[in-house]
Design a protein around this ligand. Structure first.
Ligand SMILES: NC(=O)c1ccc[n+]([C@@H]2O[C@H](COP(=O)([O-])OP(=O)(O)OC[C@H]3O[C@@H](n4cnc5c(N)ncnc54)[C@H](OP(=O)(O)O)[C@@H]3O)[C@@H](O)[C@H]2O)c1
Length: 301
């Protein structure tokens, strides 16, 4: 199969297309023919060597595709099924024509592979971050990074739960954030004051999906660390803020399935900025590194 392979870790150029053996599904695994692989900030770190992966490595932490073969003891799924999920190995990932997974959900009819791939990591982690805040309908929540993959998912889950959402983004994405049902506020100076000016009442909870030092604004808005959660700023834990990391032990297919069903029903928007073929994986990484992508970047093998 073709894959974007890393033989030594470093800058984006280390990603190069190569022909490698197609993996064989083990017990409980399916072989998936990858139709789209979402790009994620964590993959920039993995590519740079931050995950200490063995080389050669194929990264890519989410996928959508079709089931091509079943390993032993796999039940409830057939060859040809459309699925979205997480590859089982950090070094046998989705930047490839095929990957292995035991952690996936069915893609409902009418949902594209690109929309499905763009939803896996975003929906799982946004739902977990939101649930840690235990929001009640009618409350007001601030979501930073609202124009991003995680933030866009958090805004939409929050709106579906009956919350008023103030979504923070860059200027060019304010219209998109509003289209998700949030009150949009541009990041920048005096952010806390500008949020207070548009809030219908007190800020009941705050979710940071941007990092970039915005946690201090959220602490100001909340008057302390209570009901402030960050998914993007591990260092904020030193200030007593809850940081929640996604890892194989706390993945949940249910929010992904839920978001995909919302897409199928026309109640949920994904925003895809650009797709790249595998041979342009390095260019895709450079685009993600540059930031402010205006939507999800994906590889389409
Ligand atoms: N803990 C977890 O479980 C978990 C899981 C996945 C990802 N993450 C982390 O969550 C973060 C977001 O991931 P993503 O995939 O959603 O990324 P993304 O789609 O690239 O979104 C990034 C967001 O950050 C905003 N942003 C960028 N620079 C900013 C700045 N200087 N000030 C304020 N906002 C800024 C962007 O807004 P504009 O472009 O509109 O300016 C955008 O809304 C990353 O740090 C990632 O590592 C955590």
């Amino acid at each position: 199969m073709r894959a974007a392979v890393i033989t030594s870790f470093g800058a984006a150029d280390v990603l190069h297309e190569a022909e490698v053996d197609t993996p064989v599904p083990g017990r409980g695994q399916v072989l998936v023919e990858v139709r789209a692989a979402g790009l994620n900030p964590a993959e920039l770190l993995a590519r740079s060597g931050g995950f200490d992966l063995p080389a050669p490595a194929i990264i890519g932490f989410e996928f959508a595709g079709t089931v091509a073969a079943l390993g032993d003891d796999v039940t409830g799924i057939e060859v040809g099924a459309r699925v979205a999920g997480w590859p089982d190995g950090f070094a046998q990932g989705s930047y490839a024509e095929f990957t292995l997974s035991s952690n996936y959900t069915i893609i409902p009819d009418g949902v594209s592979f690109t929309d499905a791939a763009a939803t896996v990591i975003a929906a799982d982690n946004a739902a977990r971050g939101l649930s840690l805040l235990r929001p009640d309908p009618g409350e007001t929540i601030v979501v930073t990074g609202a124009s991003g993959a995680l933030g866009g998912a958090a805004v939409q889950f929050a709106r579906l739960q009956g919350l008023t959402v103030i979504g923070i983004s860059g200027r060019s994405s304010l219209g998109y954030v509003e289209s998700l049902g949030a009150i949009a506020v541009e990041h920048g100076d005096d952010l806390a004051d500008r949020v207070r000016a548009v809030a219908p009442g007190p800020i009941d909870a705050a979710l940071d999906t941007a990092g970039k030092g915005l946690v201090s604004t959220l602490l100001d808005l909340r008057g302390g660390t209570g009901r402030v959660v960050t998914l993007a700023d591990p260092a904020a834990a030193a200030q007593g803020v809850t940081f929640s990391a996604g890892h194989p032990g706390n993945r949940d297919t249910r929010p992904v399935r839920e978001a995909l069903e919302h897409i199928a029903a026309g109640r949920w928007r994904t925003r895809i900025a650009r797709t790249f073929p595998l041979r342009l994986a390095a260019e895709a990484h450079r685009a993600l590194e540059a930031g402010h992508t205006g939507g999800k970047l994906l590889l389409v093998p």
